[in-house]
Design a protein around this ligand. Structure first.
Ligand code: ATP
Ligand code: MG
Length: 382
């Protein structure tokens, strides 16, 4: 099979098959695969080229649809966080759906990435879909795709849904509590039947996808109130991981802050070295309703304010001015700081409400334009 055979002075690439009569070979049949050796070589080279290209595209797809974070990216040594990480790690190895819960900004997205990254599907795609960010009437076609010409406005080629893209990998349904009820019903069917049906299609296609979902809403309570399908809740919640709020793991604040400082220094070219003792006290005395996300932006703002050296309490005045601060002497702002922050807040709100219209904002705040412009400068509002 596939050998070079010289016929009349010309090298052919052929396969030869014997023809039997009972036990005896009576003759042979020859199939010419390539008339010239050169054609065979060229063909081989094309396959090697295509294979290299395929490898390249596979790598690209993985980068585009792959998980960006692993368990190592989840910083913090508090017991409660380690416990959540350990649970997530155990669950990662299974194929079951997992629901990640926790307040806003606790790191649910990091956990979702890490679970995929540590699962047997890690070489498959990781497709993220933010259920809250897609308009209700588009969710279904985003998730399941549609056939060519399925509805007015549908493209000629049709569309692949996110579930199809996630085949043999994981799909991350972020903010799953925001899914419209009719889509919840469809999703439930996909989970039960393990097949998807595109909009406008009469047949369904088997699909092998692991579902990771996340929500900062209490889905159990929502399903009790009829706002989320109870049967879907139980399907998504086979395993669950609760990411603890930052106020329950204050000991993580320093290592997280160090991470955010070095990230900020790297990106902004600043030279902030750390956080001094009084500033640490401020961070530890605050209850962080926006959790790690709020800490991250607080550190960035403080770095910008400090520029170099240590972050001091004065660089965190916008924290000390917040009402939700657990009161202690260290965390009390000066009157000047409190006024600065209050004025900055109210002017920013006025600008937001007026859509950036300064004349209107002046009127709302009942001040004249000259002092308004002076304030913008003084309070460093861009
Ligand atoms: N343990 C952690 N280590 C490092 N970075 C973290 C950690 N937890 C959260 N972050 C960072 O904090 C920010 C918020 O995290 P994330 O987006 O995962 O929150 P979330 O729980 O999905 O919030 P939401 O419910 O509002 O979507 C991100 O920038 C993330 O990288
Ligand atoms: Mg999130």
């Amino acid at each position: 099979m596939g050998v070079v055979w010289n016929v009349n002075g010309q090298d052919l690439v052929v396969s030869r098959l014997p023809v039997f009569d009972g036990k005896h070979i009576r003759g042979a049949m020859m199939i010419i695969l390539f008339r010239r050796l050169y054609d065979a070589l060229r063909f081989g080279n094309r396959i090697v080229g295509a294979d290299t290209q395929l490898g390249y595209y596979k790598e690209q797809v993985k980068r585009l649809w792959g998980a960006k974070y692993s368990f190592d990216s989840i910083i913090g040594n508090s017991l409660v966080l380690m416990e959540a990480k350990r649970m997530a790690w155990d669950i990662a190895g299974t194929n079951s759906p997992v629901l990640i819960t926790g307040e806003t900004g606790t790191g649910k997205e990091l956990f979702a990435h890490a679970i995929h990254q540590d699962s047997p599907r890690k070489d498959g795609p990781f497709v993220v879909i933010n259920c809250a960010a897609i308009p209700d009437n588009l969710v279904e076609s985003e998730l399941f795709g549609y056939e060519p010409g399925a509805f007015t406005g549908a493209t000629k080629e049709g569309k692949q849904g996110k579930f199809e893209l996630a085949h043999n990998g994981s799909i991350f349904l972020d903010e799953v509590g925001e899914l419209p009820v009719n889509v919840q019903a469809k999703l439930l069917r996909v989970l039960q039947e393990k097949e998807i049906e595109k909009i406008g299609s009469s047949s369904s296609k088997p699909i092998n996808v692991r579902i990771i979902s996340a929500s900062n809403l209490d889905l159990e309570e929502m399903s009790r109130q009829g706002k989320f399908r109870e049967d879907l809740f139980y399907r998504l919640n086979v395993f669950s991981v609760r990411v603890p709020p930052l106020r329950d793991r204050l000991e993580d604040i320093i290592s997280l802050s160090d991470l955010f400082i070095s990230e900020f220094n790297r990106d902004a070219g600043t030279g902030v070295r750390g956080i001094d003792e009084a500033a640490r006290q401020v961070l530890m005395n605050y209850n962080w309703p926006g959790n790690v996300r709020e800490l991250k932006s607080a550190i960035e703002r403080a770095c910008l304010d400090a520029k170099a050296g240590m972050i001091r309490k004065e660089n965190l005045f916008f924290i000390t001015c917040k009402a939700s601060l657990l009161l202690s002497e260290e965390s009390l702002p000066t009157l000047k700081e409190a006024r600065y922050e209050a004025e900055r807040n109210v002017i920013q709100r006025a600008l937001e409400l007026s859509g950036g219209n300064r004349v209107k904002a002046c009127q709302m705040l009942d001040i004249n334009r000259t002092s308004f412009y002076n304030k913008l400068k003084e309070l460093d509002i861009k």
